[in-house]
Design a binder for this molecule. Structure first.
Ligand code: PEP
Length: 252
C-alpha cells in the first residue's frame, strides 16, 4: 500500500452534554490556547449548541459537525435533522452510526449507509463509526462485525468519508483498547478499505480511534501506524483535556 501522510483528526463528541454558557466557556479556552494545531479539529455539539460553537470558534481552525442526520433530504420526520439543515448551521461534518445511535435507536448497518450518502449529498463529510461489542470480541468475531458494518456503510459508494473505530466496550467505560489492539483493528479496516475503494483511497482515509481516549493514553495510540486521530467523548468535555489530546498528535 502506498505511503501517504495522513493529517490526524481530533474530534470532540459532546453527546447530550453542555448548555450554552458551558459551550461558550469551552470555546473561549480553545480560542485562547489552541494555536496552530497538529491535527484537524472538529467539535460535534448537540443541535441546539451548533450556533454557539460556530460563533464561538469563528475564524479558528476548528470545524463543527452534527451528531446525526436523517437519511432523507427533508420531510415529515419530527425530531430529526436533515443534512442540509446541518450544512446551513455551519457544519461540514456529521457522525454516522455512533454506537449509541445503533444501540439506543436501533440504527441498522443499512441505515448507516443511507445516512452516509445523505451526508455527502449535503456536502458534509460523514465520520462513520464502527465497532464490536464485548461479547463479539470475546467470541472472536471482531473482524466479521467490522467487515459487515464497513460493507453496509459503503454500499452506496459515498464519495467521501472518514472512519472511527470505536470498540463499544471502550466507549465511556474508562477501558481503552491497548495500542496493539487498536492497531490490529485499524489495519484490518484499512485492508478492507483497500478491497472496496482501492489502495489509494484506503491509504488516504483517516481511521480515528474512539473509546476512553485521555491525555494520558493519546500519545501511545497515535504512535500506531494506522491510528489517524481520535473521536473523544468524556475527555473532550473539558477544553484543556481536549487540547492536550490534540497536542499529543504533534508529539509523535
Ligand atoms: C464517543 O462518544 O465516541 C467516545 C469515544 O466516548 P468516550 O471517549 O467517553 O469513551
Amino acid at each position: 500500500m502506498s505511503q501517504v501522510v495522513r493529517r490526524p483528526i481530533v474530534a470532540a463528541n459532546w453527546k447530550m452534554h453542555k448548555v450554552r454558557a458551558e459551550a461558550r466557556e469551552f470555546c473561549r479556552t480553545v480560542v485562547g490556547e489552541l494555536g496552530a494545531p497538529p491535527a484537524e479539529v472538529v467539535v460535534f455539539p448537540s443541535f441546539p449548541l451548533l450556533d454557539v460553537v460556530a460563533d464561538g470558534l469563528a475564524g479558528m481552525p476548528v470545524a463543527i459537525g452534527g451528531q446525526d442526520l436523517h437519511p432523507e433530504p427533508s420531510g415529515p420526520h419530527t425530531g430529526d435533522v436533515a443534512g442540509m439543515q446541518l450544512a446551513d448551521a455551519g457544519c461540514t461534518w456529521v457522525l454516522c452510526g455512533h454506537s449509541e445511535r445503533r444501540s439506543e435507536h436501533g440504527e441498522s448497518d443499512e441505515l448507516v449507509g443511507r445516512k452516509a450518502l445523505a451526508a455527502v449529498a449535503s456536502e458534509l463529510t460523514p465520520l462513520i463509526c464502527l465497532g464490536e461489542q464485548l461479547e463479539e470480541r470475546r467470541a472472536g468475531r471482531t473482524f466479521e462485525v467490522l467487515g459487515r458494518q464497513l460493507e453496509a456503510a459503503l454500499a452506496g459508494g459515498p464519495q467521501r468519508f472518514e472512519l472511527a473505530y470505536e470498540p463499544v466496550w471502550a466507549i465511556g467505560t474508562g477501558e481503552t483498547a491497548t495500542p496493539e489492539v487498536a492497531q490490529e483493528a485499524h489495519a484490518f479496516l484499512r485492508a478492507e478499505l483497500g478491497r472496496r475503494v482501492g489502495d489509494e483511497g484506503a491509504a488516504s482515509t483517516r481511521i480515528l480511534y474512539g473509546g476512553s481516549v485521555k491525555p494520558g493514553n493519546a500519545a501511545a495510540l497515535i504512535a500506531q501506524r494506522d491510528v489517524d486521530g481520535f473521536l473523544v467523548g468524556g475527555a473532550a468535555l473539558d477544553a484543556r483535556s481536549f487540547l492536550a489530546i490534540i497536542g499529543a498528535c504533534g508529539a509523535s
